[in-house]
Design a protein around this ligand. Structure first.
Ligand SMILES: Cc1cc2nc3c(=O)[nH]c(=O)nc-3n(C[C@H](O)[C@H](O)[C@H](O)COP(=O)(O)OP(=O)(O)OC[C@H]3O[C@@H](n4cnc5c(N)ncnc54)[C@H](O)[C@@H]3O)c2cc1C
Length: 383
């Protein structure tokens, strides 16, 4: 076993941190306040190749491993302190791009991946619907084959990058009689007839990442935009993205927890009460100790999932353990960070106020904590 990062990984991490501190962090608080996505910041990150990291070089990517992609994600989270940016990045690379890379035919990969890898076209995934969230197989959007097209009807909601995306992987029912076995994946371009972006959704956190509905009103999708095999989209997309989603998309949270801990130590050393720095109180030290434990255990759970995936081994149980554990302790760490800052932690003066709003999404999006516990429990008892 070797738990060390290579010199190349350490150098890459440092370079990404420096970029993120210079280009992402400065406007993070304003973007949160204004709920504004910044295309300039996106383009700068794209110019450095961050939008196409895992895709093969022939499609404009860098062929980065899952571990390397996590290293970049962690560094973006640490240096950028803009969870919204990282959410949009993760949705673009992982749940938008990876299914096209993993399930697409050669023509589809040639057509879409270079634009996704360069960041020119922002991507995302449309699965959730108003009536189907945790019960994702219960989606109602239909896709009916007619005259060389699939005609899609339905509404997706809570879609990351909806307002800014050019291309989406969308799941729809091609066989209404079947549950998950009647769902197919499609590649949808913004300009397709009958496709529109619905209302933008205002959120509690991750506010620099735009979220919206996607509306399909007799949307004409050319048959060649079927992604993978008909009726195999649900498991196809799930299997293609599972470990990616439950490592790479969580990596920024690790960086976020680290920078937050550093800020808390600094604050605790500087803030005096009863004539002493609050860092001298054991109650505060215990909070810092818990935050350190959560950070380090999260980091190794995450890289374990990423490394296992790089070995070509599927481990859905550990993927759910990773999602459940990291998102829950990130929330607890954010809560302690506010507590350490006292009343000031509740004000917009300090980044911990934003961090606690951002952290909450982890336990909700991409499968709630309850659903992760359900998956882990079922796998443990063999059901
Ligand atoms: C900011 C944001 C971005 C998102 N981005 C995307 C995106 O890009 N693409 C996309 O497709 N979706 C996206 N989502 C949707 C997200 O994946 C869903 O919100 C999530 O899966 C939960 O579904 P729901 O909100 O409908 O909650 P519900 O399924 O209605 O759940 C409500 C509550 O009931 C619990 N519950 C439900 N079923 C069970 C059960 N069987 N046992 C125990 N408890 C249960 C849940 O855990 C939760 O606590 C995003 C959501 C947010 C908030």
């Amino acid at each position: 076993m070797d738990f060390s990062f290579t010199d190349e990984q350490k150098l890459m991490k440092q370079q990404v941190i420096e970029f993120a501190q210079k280009e992402i962090a400065p406007g993070a608080a304003e973007r949160d306040e204004e709920a504004r996505f910044d295309r300039d910041v996106w383009d700068k990150a794209a110019a450095l190749g961050y939008m196409g990291l895992p895709f093969p070089e022939e499609y404009g990517g860098s062929g980065a491993s899952v571990v390397d992609t996590c290293v970049v994600g962690e560094a973006l989270g640490y240096g950028g302190v803009d969870s919204g940016f990282c959410l949009s990045w993760g949705a673009h690379v992982v749940i938008g791009g990876v299914p096209i890379w993993q399930l697409g035919n050669e023509e589809q990969k040639q057509k879409y991946l270079p634009k996704i890898a360069s960041g020119e076209w922002i991507s995302g995934l449309g699965l959730t619907e108003p009536e189907a969230g945790s019960d994702a197989a219960g989606i109602l959007t239909t896709a009916e084959k007619k005259d060389g097209y699939y005609v899609l009807n339905g509404t997706k909601t809570l879609i990351t990058n909806g307002p800014i995306g050019e291309v989406f992987v969308v799941l729809a029912k091609t066989d209404k009689e079947k549950g998950s076995a009647g769902i197919s994946g499609f590649i949808i371009e913004k300009g397709f007839t009958g496709f529109s972006i619905g209302k933008e959704i205002d959120k509690m956190g991750n506010r620099s990442s735009p979220t919206s509905e996607l509306i399909f009103d007799n949307c004409e999708v050319p048959v060649e935009n079927l992604l993978g095999e008909e009726n195999k989209g649900f498991m196809g997309v799930a299997l293609a993205t599972l470990e990616w989603e439950r490592s790479v998309m969580l990596a920024p949270a690790i960086g976020g927890m680290e920078v937050q801990l550093e800020e808390c130590i600094k604050y605790a050393k500087g803030r005096k009460q009863f004539g002493r720095p609050i860092s001298s109180f054991q109650a505060i030290q215990f909070k810092l100790a818990d935050m350190k434990v959560w950070l380090e255990t999260s980091r190794w759970v995450l890289y374990n999932v990423a490394w296992t995936k790089d070995q070509g081994i599927m481990d859905p149980l550990m993927a759910s353990v990773s999602k459940l554990y990291i998102t829950e302790v990130a929330m607890k760490a954010a809560e302690e960070a506010v507590q350490i800052h006292g009343g000031y932690g509740y004000t917009k003066e300090y980044a911990v106020e934003r961090a606690i709003r951002d952290a909450k999404l982890g336990t909700l999006g991409g499968g709630t904590s309850e659903i992760q516990r359900w998956i882990v429990g079922r796998l443990l008892v063999g059901k």
